[in-house]
Design a protein around this ligand. Structure first.
Ligand code: PBG
Length: 324
């Protein structure tokens, strides 16, 4: 009986009507841009599997941050490529470490940007795992102690938010306690709470030089088949003091984003990871997809699934497209 009285197409007739009734409004205000910091000066080396993404020295990072702030992106997340690596990732703790230097330089430039740091060991260990190894296994509690020191060191350098991505148990509580003991109670924690063991991190491992030298990350990152477990991880991290939680990757996990959004009351982030970026770039370069159109559709989908914050290598392009 509803037709012809109800004609849903009536509200799709013009852009003004479509805009008026749009349910999800993608904005630059929720985007975070990831950056890779390397040693040296005036270095800007493109990552071959991530066109448009560069490993950059601190001076170049500051210039890039100026551009990021200019297009209205609220924040960046930093990943470090250290000078040296060892079994315990000790170069991640140095006051003059690569990420610490970049944070300080961005702070000094006085840009209106939130500075987030990725807290993990994989970029700093010679074996490429996210924790310390004993008898061929990644040790949880020994790793957590180092991660807390790393977070403290990032916070001392001036980070607004620390983002642990290692997937060790109990690291959020340890980081919160360490920051609070050192009067850094205003530094927030964005926890990679539901981080899956994913093939979509491939290009990132080239960018961050962080491939595991043996084995894989299945004993600490989550099984892609699980969603109840994601809700458990999120609940634990919030109980331990996470201010915000993240699901990663994003595109094959939109159902997880939705369930996490519905199950908690903290801001939820989604990481549109390197492999998701590389797929779009490769197809667009071949003329197989319209890049602007599919990127906006993908990010809208993530937001519609419940993401409040999206970490994406497309952020600068998106900010420009949304402004034009
Ligand atoms: C670990 C970390 C990874 C990413 C962010 N933090 C890689 C991994 O777990 O191997 C992946 C991000 C991406 O693929 O874009 N420090």
């Amino acid at each position: 009986m509803s037709f012809p009285t109800h004609r849903p197409r009536r509200l799709r007739r013009t852009e003004a009507l479509r805009g008026l009734v749009r349910e999800t409004r993608l904005t630059t205000a929720g985007l975070i841009y990831p950056l890779f910091v390397c040693p040296g000066e005036k270095i800007r080396q493109e990552v071959s599997s991530m066109p448009g993404v560069f490993q950059q020295s601190v001076d170049a990072i500051v210039e890039e941050c100026r551009e990021v702030a200019d297009v209205g992106i609220p924040g960046v997340i930093l990943f470090g490529l250290p000078e040296t690596k060892d079994a315990t990732g000790s170069s991640s703790l140095l006051a003059q470490g690569i990420v610490q230097k970049a944070v300080a330089a961005i702070r000094k430039a006085n840009l209106p940007l939130l500075v987030i740091t990725d807290v993990c060991l994989c970029e700093y260990t010679d074996h490429g795992h996210c924790g310390v190894i004993e008898n061929g296994e990644v040790r949880n509690d020994a790793t957590v102690a180092i991660l807390a020191e790393q977070a403290l060191s990032h916070a001392r350098a001036g980070a607004d938010i620390v983002a642990p991505s290692d997937m060790m148990d109990g690291r959020v509580a340890a980081i919160r306690a360490k920051l609070d003991e050192n009067k850094l109670e205003d530094v927030a924690i964005l926890s990679y709470a539901a981080k899956y063991c994913s093939g979509f991190y491939g290009p990132f491992r080239e960018a961050a030089q962080s491939s595991p030298q043996f084995g894989d990350r299945r004993s600490y990152q989550m099984d892609p088949a699980n969603v109840r477990e994601a809700l458990k991880e999120v609940a634990l991290d919030i109980a331990e003091g996470a201010d915000m939680v993240m699901v990663k990757p994003a595109l094959p996990y939109l159902d997880v984003i939705r369930q996490v959004r519905d199950s908690c009351n903290v801001p939820v982030g989604a990481y549109n990871v390197s492999g998701e970026y590389a797929m779009v770039k490769a197809a667009a370069r071949n003329g197989w997809l319209d890049e602007e159109r599919v990127v906006l559709e993908i990010l809208t989908g993530m937001q519609r699934a419940g993401a409040d914050i999206i970490l994406t290598y497309h952020a600068k392009d998106v900010a420009r497209w949304l402004a034009s």
